[in-house]
Design a protein around this ligand. Structure first.
Ligand SMILES: [Zn+2]
Length: 78
């Protein structure tokens, strides 16, 4: 996966302890320098970790959305 500097990725910030978007500031090898958009705290994260976290988060989001859709019967009305 290619992470362009300037884009953001969701990650758990070690400083403010929240899942926040982190802005990619730079890259060295497979390590990314990211900055929390909430507290401006910097972190160095491996590209694999960043990718795994994103995948996990998207899975959780999909689960929540699926649960919401299951309870919604209005979609059968046309
Ligand atoms: Zn933070």
């Amino acid at each position: 996966m290619d992470l362009e500097p300037g884009t953001t990725r969701l990650y758990r910030c070690a400083l403010c302890g929240a899942d926040t978007p982190h802005r990619i500031r730079g890259r060295r090898g497979n390590r990314y320098a990211v900055v929390c958009t909430n507290c401006s705290g910097g972190a160095l994260i491996g590209g694999d970790d960043l990718w795994l976290y994103q995948v996990r988060w998207e899975e959780e989001l999909r689960e929540i959305l699926t649960q919401l859709t299951d309870g919604d019967t209005s979609r059968d009305d046309r």
